[in-house]
Design a binder for this molecule. Structure first.
Ligand code: NAD
Length: 485
């Protein structure tokens, strides 16, 4: 089945006020299949005028049916979106695979996660309550959880469906009206989501989608005075710009900016159990995962064993087109391949102990990079410090717990960490001492399930999405103090 056979909506339009409309300029951007480098279609190149229209539609929705809807009704619509998404999981997976180069199985997991977010948040809509506060005699004081108003969602290309699910899902649950700007490299499932939401009965204007370039549509959204909250996932550089715009408008912002997440392996760990997690957390989605584990810290007593076993796993990794559904697909773009190749070049003086294999019939025009494992690597090396966003991992030796924590906490980031050890006491100590938004013990969740609050410290960003925690972030608290004598 070709990509165009799977698409049942207009890809070159914006979704504003419940309708598919051409961007004001009429301009489009190409859709590229990263597996082949071929242009497969077009998306709208939305600009400030389209963002203005989308914000206006969102404001009207808040004054209309959407703003008046009860939490129960909002929950039902979200649940329905989830159910409809589930009926299209295979189709969404094929679309995503051909739009971002993600192997089908991984793309399918994203589609299931999108549906799961809608189910989770649909069920949560009527379960967020205010409280009463004992105050002075003659008063009744209570709090109300209210939507911010119009929320802006700027989404990257690496996990469009999951990131839309976690941010738009939570924002709609709390009664906000959303304007979504997907990444120019990966718009198709965002548009599919809009069409599914329309089919599920989401009132016009509650969700608006404007594809376009970051510096055009993205900047127009993040600086728009009609937007009351911004959720951004992407690079640190753009995150800083978003935070500045949000500062100018004095609105809250959630930033999820990636990481350099470590896994700490101690000699008392079950290495065979850890092995698939050590490798998969680095190569999943070709390493283009904000919570990718690109640093493996290993105690010297088991260093050789871990290196040897990981190198063997790397030797079995196959890289090829997304629809071939191998371990690793292409990178998103020629530009991303250039960035990752630069890092590999920086590793020329290091020992490369493992490498995956690009299959012979992978098109030369696709953006393929063989997964690469380096060891031993000094913790200060750029490959051990910078976010690579490609299938590259380094193994760093340590002697004891104190040194392991120092290395683990020794980058600018703090998104996810995991500890592999049999010692309960060490698990508890390290879970406290690791500077990270999530800590996994004897597993690695790469961001974890929809129920688990997720977000970073340091340059990994701030604010939390996922779980119930996101619902507090996507709402504001009003205190009402009634004096009745
Ligand atoms: P990016 O930060 O440039 O883009 C992310 C989103 O922000 C896209 O929707 C983009 O259109 C938008 N954007 C870009 N410039 C903007 C601006 N001035 N104002 C408002 N919105 C803007 O990320 P990228 O260029 O796609 O990737 C570059 C690097 O970012 C990667 O190599 C990787 O290290 C990192 N990254 C991290 C994540 C993550 O999940 N944390 C995701 C994607 C990329």
């Amino acid at each position: 089945m070709t990509l165009s056979q799977d698409l049942w909506f207009d890809t070159d339009k914006c979704f504003v006020n419940g309708h598919w409309i051409a961007p004001v300029t009429g301009d489009t951007l190409p859709v590229e299949d990263p597996s082949t480098g071929q242009i497969t279609g077009a998306i709208a190149r939305g600009t400030k005028a389209d963002i203005d229209a989308a914000v206006h539609a969102a404001e009207n929705a808040l004054q209309g049916d959407w703003g008046r809807m009860t939490a129960v009704e909002r929950g039902r619509i979200l649940t329905r979106i989830g159910q409809l998404a589930l009926t299209r999981v295979d189709q969404l997976a094929r679309i995503e695979a051909q739009d971002v180069g993600k192997p089908l199985t991984q793309a399918r997991a994203d589609a299931v996660a999108l549906a799961r977010y809608m189910e989770f948040y649909g069920g949560a809509a009527d379960k967020i309550h205010g409280e009463t506060i004992p105050y002075m005699d003659g008063y009744t004081v209570y709090t109300l959880r209210e939507p911010h108003g119009v929320t802006g969602h700027i989404v990257p290309w690496n996990y469009p469906m999951q990131i839309i699910g976690r941010s738009v899902g939570a924002a709609l649950t709390m009664g906000n009206a959303c304007v979504l700007k997907p990444a120019e490299e990966a718009c198709l499932t965002a548009l599919a989501f809009a069409e599914i939401a329309r089919e599920a009965g989401l009132p016009a204007g509650a969700l608006n989608v404007v594809p376009g370039l970051g510096e055009e549509a993205g900047a127009a959204l993040s600086s728009h005075p009609g937007v009351h909250h911004i959720s951004f996932t992407g690079s640190v550089g753009v995150g800083k710009l978003i935070q500045q715009s949000a500062g100018d408008n004095v609105v809250p912002v959630t930033l999820e900016l990636g990481g350099k997440s470590p896994q700490l392996v101690f000699k008392d760990a079950d290495i065979n159990e850890a092995l698939p997690f050590l490798v998969n957390a680095g190569i999943q989605n070709a390493g283009q995962t904000c919570s990718a584990s690109s640093r493996i810290l290993v105690q010297r007593a088991c260093f050789d064993e871990v290196c040897e076993k990981m190198a063997m796993s790397y030797g079995a990794l196959k890289v090829g087109p997304a629809l071939s559904d191998l371990n690793v697909g292409p990178l998103i773009s020629a530009r991303q391949k250039e960035i990752v190749s630069g890092f590999l070049h920086a590793g020329d003086t290091l020992e490369k102990i493992g490498e995956g294999q690009i299959i012979a019939d992978a098109p030369d025009t696709g953006h393929y990079v063989a997964p690469t494992l380096f060891a031993p690597v000094d913790a200060r090396h750029s490959l051990a410090q910078d976010e690579i966003f490609g299938p590259v991992q380094v193994i760093i030796p340590f002697d004891d717990e104190e040194e392991a924590v120092k290395i683990a906490n020794g980058t600018d980031f703090g998104l996810v960490a995991s500890i592999w050890t049999d010692s309960g006491a060490r698990q508890m100590r390290l879970a406290k001492h690791l500077r990270s938004g999530q800590v996994f013990i004897n597993n690695y969740g790469a961001g974890g399930g929809v129920e688990l609050p997720f977000g970073g410290v340091g340059k990994s960003g701030h604010g939390r999405e996922k779980g119930f925690e996101a619902l507090y972030g996507f709402s504001t608290l009003k205190t009402v103090a009634a004096k009745h004598g």
